[in-house]
Ligand binder design. Sequence first.
Ligand code: B16
Ligand code: MG
Length: 218
Amino acid sequence: MISCCIFDLDGVLVDTAKYHYLAWAALARELGFDFTPEQGEATKGVSRMASLDIVLRAGGMENRFTPEEKERLAAGKNARYLEYITRMTADEVLPGVLPFLQELRAAGIKVVLGSASKNAGVILDRCGLRPLFDHIVDGTLVSKAKPDPEVFAKGAELAGMPPAVCVVFEDAAAGVEAAARAGMRSVGVGGSPLLDKASMQLPTFEGFTFEKLCNQID
Ligand code: B16
Ligand code: MG
């Protein structure tokens, strides 16, 4: 039985991964090195400070900065990221997402957000998605980053649902692992081979329905 669907945000409902990447790449350029899209893959789903460490490591600068300087670098990246996301519109919700969320709500399935992002609220408001969620758990409410299960465990708790009836939708390997550690099944969204541990794969939400979810998941 499935009674609760928990959605990651970046890369599942909206394609903000491209904005994260542009902002990290700009920071790397300021520091004097290139941060490639391939290197950017590793920042998906992980926290802001963990992403900064990935960027600095790519430039051989992992031991260069004090914790205070790192906070400043991360704040600079976030300011640039905010410039992108405060211009987002509902057009940037990924294809098929809206009808699927609406179908879940009409069927009485709990719809929960489980995102690592501290900017989730801005994105949900800009894209008009907030009213579709029963509960929102984001980076402002959790202290342990994915692959820790905290974000999904908290979402299920708020919804009053046991893990066995929850399904997590994720685009990042760290999120798929977090779902498994929370005792939940997961749907790997976007078709990356890095998601092979998910219970099922979903290249796109276009044409996807609750019935297909129930039939296709293990
Ligand atoms: P912020 P998700 C994650 O969001 C992103 O995938 C990841 O790239 C980012 O570093 C993290 O949020 C923190 O984001 O800097 O906005 O707090 O995929 O868990 O929705
Ligand atoms: Mg994501």
